[in-house]
Design a protein around this ligand. Structure first.
Ligand code: FMN
Length: 212
């Protein structure tokens, strides 16, 4: 049995944030432990409670949490094997490419030595904007991996590049960066485990029943 590798999933303020729940579920099913960090804008698109329930872990949205006895951003940064930002806005790409740290997620990104994977999602013209492309190139040169964006139907109505990569594509990229070695742990998170539902046996065919 292996210990589930720790992933920090950063979710930012894109329509694509609604897919974060499925991403958490599939990451956990693949054998990873997931802690979600939402930007303030991301919390407008997906409820932190949804991600808390699916990850079975506290969801972090605020760096200045008086309830926490630890320094949140450095603790998360130090424990992560991978920081995955999905969806990644033009804003978080720009902030990280320029070393800015004005919220929890941008601080985790600067403080970590973990591998980094960004899955951008945005309007086609935002994506093609030379300043955004320059920031992406900067991050790629520094070793940050990117998955997507794909061509697809965008929320703004265009059929164009800017669509968040499919969840399966993101999971494949995660597995390449942090492979799961051995059998996954039964539960990737502390706390209550999800009950495993047993597959019901198929009812015997009429022919088989006659033979009995
Ligand atoms: C309805 C709506 C959808 C948006 N979708 C995106 C998006 O897909 N990608 C993006 O880069 N920005 C998008 N934005 C703009 C971001 O939310 C905005 O830049 C915000 O400041 C990002 O903050 P964050 O990176 O801290 O989450 C959208 C805004 C709105 C109102």
């Amino acid at each position: 049995m292996t210990i589930a590798p720790e992933i920090v999933l950063g979710v930012t303020g894109s329509i694509g944030a609604y897919k974060a729940g499925d991403l958490v579920r599939q990451l956990r099913d693949a054998g990873y432990a997931v802690t979600c960090v939402l930007t303030q804008r991301a919390a407008q698109f997906i409820a932190p409670l949804t991600l808390q329930a699916l990850s079975e872990r506290k969801v972090y949205t605020d760096m200045f949490d008086l309830q926490s006895h630890q320094i949140i951003h450095t603790t998360l940064a130090d424990h992560a094997r991978l920081v995955l930002v999905a969806p990644a806005t033009a804003n978080i790409i720009g902030k990280f490419a320029n070393g800015l740290a004005d919220d929890l997620l941008s601080c985790v990104l600067l403080a970590t030595r973990a591998k980094l994977l960004f899955a951008p999602a945005m309007n086609v013209h935002m994506w093609q904007q030379p300043t955004v492309q320059r920031n992406v190139t900067t991050l790629k040169r520094l070793g940050v991996r990117f998955v997507g964006p794909d061509v697809g139907k965008l929320a703004c109505g265009y059929e164009a590049i800017g669509h968040l990569a499919e969840t399966e594509e993101i999971i494949r990229a995660v597995k390449q960066l942090v492979p799961i070695v051995g059998a996954p742990a039964p539960s990737a998170a502390p706390g209550p485990t999800r009950p495993k539902t047993k597959a019901r046996p198929k009812p015997a065919s009429r022919k088989a029943r006659k033979k009995r």
